[in-house]
Design a binder for this molecule. Structure first.
Ligand code: ADP
Length: 328
């Protein structure tokens, strides 16, 4: 598909270049012909004045000469246009490839995203389908077992709900953003408020010293970004530890960092943790940690929409620091 699109685009580029070149050549050819005729006429008049008898002898080769020069000029223009044609064909093909490359990459990304999403959706759906079918086929199913089955199914449905929510977020944070100047403290306080319950259930204390800075951004998605970082910090930390959120200014940047004392991330996983659906192996985690590997890729999308950079530093079994660097 891309090859034919590239060829079509090349043809269009070539058509435009050759139309301009041919029109230009035609104008030059006519102009040169006209100028030569005018020059010959003025020459003839000048000679007529001096040698009135030789006028007939001179005018004939005069015309022939003009025609010969015009023919040679036409030939030169033809060669020039042919050269332009072959050179622009190569250039157009190259440029068409360059023009289509980002579209091709975007389509590839979308394809990968759709196939990854369907894969992620398929697993809990298959589990749900199988357990419901088995339950339905069991003629001696007791009420207590049926309740258990419904409970398990509800858990799977909740996971699916969470996944579809995250998929929607990924899309929403790329578009429909409303930018305004907002106090950063307001966003951070809101994020902490919304994560407090989870922190309490993990017996984790969140440290934050209010800072008086304004930021230009979309309040909803920035809140979402800090919630993701805080939620991960809590998820991957041992009970009774501390998570701190720090805001400071450096040069022309505002840096928000979330530090935890958790399991840390191994070096091999570090380059991939912002990829969609990537989940590092967490054998060091004390309990099973649920997730789809979408949180950090949503965080990265939000940061990119704010022209901010998100980075991580981590030491195994000591903790991680996620920093978002905003330009101010
Ligand atoms: P999820 O947490 O749902 O798996 P994320 O995209 O939020 O997905 O994170 C991707 C991976 O990065 C996680 O699976 C985890 O291995 C690692 N990770 C993220 N945050 C932390 C953290 N604070 N401490 C340790 N590992 C982390």
């Amino acid at each position: 598909m891309f090859h034919s699109a590239r060829l079509k685009l090349t043809t269009w580029y070539l058509f435009i270049i050759m139309s301009v070149s041919l029109a230009f050549s035609l104008v030059i050819y006519n102009l040169v012909g006209y100028e030569m005729a005018r020059f010959a006429r003025s020459q003839r008049i000048r000679i007529e004045h001096r040698l009135s008898d030789e006028i007939l002898i001179l005018s004939a080769p005069d015309l022939e000469l003009i025609l010969a020069v015009k023919r040679r000029f036409l030939l030169t223009l033809g060669v020039v246009n042919l050269t332009i044609f072959s050179m622009s064909a190569c250039l157009s093909y190259f440029l068409a490839g360059r023009t289509l490359q980002p579209i091709q990459e975007m389509l590839e990304q979308q394809k990968r995203f759709v196939s990854d999403s369907s894969h992620e959706l398929r697993t809990p759906l298959t589990a749900l389908k199988t357990s419901l079918e088995v339950g339905l086929r069991d003629k001696k199913l007791k009420l207590a077992d049926a309740r258990l089955l419904i409970n398990d199914s509800l858990e799977e449905v909740n996971k699916l709900h969470q996944l579809s929510d995250q998929l929607l977020k990924l899309n929403r944070h790329q578009h429909s953003l409303q930018f305004a100047t907002i106090p950063l403290d307001e966003i951070v306080q809101e994020s902490i408020k919304r994560i407090t319950q989870i922190a309490k259930s993990h017996q984790i204390t969140i440290h934050y010293r209010p800072a008086d800075y304004n930021i230009f951004g979309d309040q909803r998605s920035l809140t979402e970004l800090f919630i993701i970082l805080l939620d991960n910090a809590i998820k991957y930390s041992p009970k009774s530890s501390t998570v701190s959120l720090d805001v400071h200014k450096k040069d022309r940047h505002l840096i928000v960092s979330v530090t935890d004392q958790g399991v840390g991330i191994d070096e091999a996983s570090l380059p991939h943790i912002f990829d969609r659906f990537y989940r590092a192996d967490c054998s060091r985690c004390k309990t099973r940690v649920d997730g789809y590997g979408l949180g950090l890729s949503i965080a990265k999308t939000i940061a990119a929409a704010h022209h901010a950079q998100i980075s991580v530093k981590s030491v195994i079994n000591h903790g991680s620091v996620f920093s978002v660097r905003f330009q101010i």
